[in-house]
Each structure stands twice: as structure tokens, then as C-alpha cells.
Design a protein around this ligand. Structure first.
Ligand SMILES: NC(=O)c1ccc[n+]([C@@H]2O[C@H](COP(=O)([O-])OP(=O)(O)OC[C@H]3O[C@@H](n4cnc5c(N)ncnc54)[C@H](OP(=O)(O)O)[C@@H]3O)[C@@H](O)[C@H]2O)c1
Length: 260
């Protein structure tokens, strides 16, 4: 049986992926800071792990045993204007979404190299087209995109396969975990409010995380997994728009979409 470790496996995309993989015969280790309140499905076990704490990551990866694949999925968002988001909040964003990925990969790669394993990184279409007032989040996902491609080159000779998953809007608890901030009397106030409303509205209409789980399963099982997989309602429009439209026009369309 193949064993997969999923970071941020306690809710949303990670939990849906764990359920799907276990149902298809994988052994799954879900990790997170909080112990799941509901009973885990058969084939899934929980391991405490804070991706921002290298000691916790090393202990968690070691306790998980021999791994055939790692899905780096843990992440959250920070909302606010670049001018008003403190460097402390910005660092926290990069700490989880970028350094957390690096910590898990550093801990897991020796074992994955030995077993010719797989790596799946959960990025975001926001890594290609920044979400206004989520520039820190978008920048972390652009970094994950680069990490996935560079790592793929580094580990290919060892037989390790690396793929990036780029979801668009997916209905999860992501917005509940987002650090929204709330500066009083911001010069950006009206546009922050408009943008926040669009983000909540699109999330409410977004597909369930099972669609991403399906694509992660594909990346883990394909004989030749792709470099990147887009998934969700914007899976075609964002990459196509990015390729075909001049940057200025693409960004103006983004501004219009978010009502800013
Ligand atoms: N939902 C979307 O529309 C969307 C779109 C594109 C990309 N994504 C990406 O998909 C991934 C999963 O997000 P989601 O939508 O499923 O959100 P979610 O339901 O809020 O899940 C986030 C997961 O990350 C874990 N996590 C957060 N900080 C952590 C830390 N320091 N250490 C360990 N685990 C941590 C959380 O577990 P604990 O709280 O227990 O630690 C939770 O299991 C994220 O990387 C997100 O950026 C989501």
C-alpha cells in the first residue's frame, strides 16, 4: 500500500483528498495543528504538525514512517492593502505558505528519493494573477509555482516526480481562517469592502473540494504526471487570459472582477 502525507489535511482540500485517497487504497497521514474533531475515515490517521516549526515538521515526518508521496497543502490567506499589512503579518503569510513547504520538503525528500516518490504542491491560480488586497498570499503562491518547477528539475534524476496543483475558487473554510485585518479609516476602505464582498460571494458559489482531490489523485497516479494541473471554474480562463492578453488589460479585467 502506498502511503501519502498531506499537510493541512484536517479540513477543506486536504481532508477531501485524504478521504478520496483512502477510499482508493492509499494509506494517508493527515497533518495539522488541530486534532480533527470528527472521526477519521478508515485508512487515515492524524499526526500533529505545525509547518512553521521545523522541529514539529521533522518529528511529524519521522513519525509518519516510510512515505511514497507528500502533498504540501497547508496554507492560509492574509487580506489587506500592501501599505497597511504589517511586515509581521506578511512574514506569517510567507512562513506558512512558503517556508512551511520548504521545511516539509527538506524533511521528506531523503525518504522520497529512496522510494522514487511523488511530491504534489498546492499552489493557486492567484500565483499567476494576483488577487487585489491579497498580494502577500498571491506572492506566496507564485513562489510555490517556482519551487515546484525548480524542484522537479532537481529531483527528476532520482525518479521523484513533482507536480503543482493550481486551484481557482474552491468552497472550504479558507475564508474563515483568513487574517482579514481591519484598519480603521483606511484610504482603501471602500475598495477593500468591495473586494472582500466579491471574495465571499465567489467562495459561496465555488465547487466543493472533491474536484481538487480528484486532480491530486491524478497527479499521484499518472505514469507521467504533468508539471501543473489547473482546477476549478477559472481553470481555463486565467491561464488563457494570461497568455493572450497584454498585462495591463489582464490586470484591468481583474480589477473589474473584484469591483475595485
Ligand atoms: N479554497 C480555495 O479557494 C483555494 C484556492 C486555491 C488554493 N487554495 C490552497 O489550498 C490549500 C488548502 O486550503 P483550503 O481551502 O482547504 O483551506 P482550509 O480549509 O482553511 O485548510 C487549510 C489547512 O491548512 C492547515 N494549516 C494552516 N496553517 C498551518 C500550519 N502552520 N501548520 C500546519 N497546518 C496548517 C489547517 O489545519 P490546522 O488549522 O489544523 O493547522 C487546514 O487543515 C491552501 O494552500 C490554499 O492556499 C485554496
Amino acid at each position: 500500500m502506498q502511503t501519502v502525507l498531506i499537510t493541512g489535511g484536517t479540513s477543506g482540500i486536504g481532508a477531501a483528498t485524504a478521504r478520496m485517497l483512502a477510499g482508493r487504497g492509499f494509506g494517508v497521514v493527515v497533518t495539522g495543528r488541530r486534532e480533527p474533531s470528527a472521526q477519521l475515515p478508515p485508512g487515515v490517521r492524524w499526526q500533529a504538525m505545525d509547518v512553521c516549526d521545523e522541529g514539529s515538521v521533522r518529528a511529524g515526518v519521522s513519525a509518519a514512517g516510510e512515505l511514497d508521496a507528500v502533498v504540501c497543502n497547508a496554507g492560509f490567506g492574509v487580506f489587506g492593502s500592501l501599505e497597511e499589512v504589517s511586515l509581521e503579518r506578511a512574514r506569517a503569510q510567507f512562513d506558512t505558505n512558503v517556508f512551511g513547504v520548504l521545511a516539509v520538503l527538506r524533511a521528506a525528500l531523503p525518504g522520497l528519493r529512496a522510494r522514487k516518490g511523488r511530491v504534489v504542491l498546492v499552489g493557486s491560480l492567484a500565483g499567476r494573477v494576483p488577487i487585489p488586497f491579497q498580494v502577500h498570499y498571491s506572492a506566496t503562491k507564485a513562489a510555490v509555482d517556482s519551487i515546484a518547477q525548480g524542484l522537479r528539475l532537481e529531483v527528476a534524476p532520482f525518479g521523484v516526480k513533482v507536480s503543482l496543483i493550481e486551484p481557482g475558487d474552491i468552497q472550504t473554510a479558507f475564508n474563515d481562517a483568513t487574517d482579514w485585518g481591519a484598519p480603521e479609516g483606511s484610504p482603501y476602505e471602500a475598495r477593500l469592502k468591495a473586494c472582500r464582498e466579491v471574495i465571499h460571494r465567489t467562495m459561496a458559489a465555488a465547487p466543493a473540494p472533491g474536484v481538487v482531490a480528484e486532480v491530486i489523485h491524478r497527479a499521484l497516479t499518472a505514469r507521467r504526471p504533468r508539471v501543473r494541473y489547473q482546477v476549478g471554474p477559472e481553470a481555463w480562463t486565467v491561464p488563457l487570459g494570461r497568455r493572450l492578453l497584454p498585462d495591463d488589460l489582464a490586470l484591468r479585467l481583474v480589477a473589474r472582477h473584484y469591483g475595485i
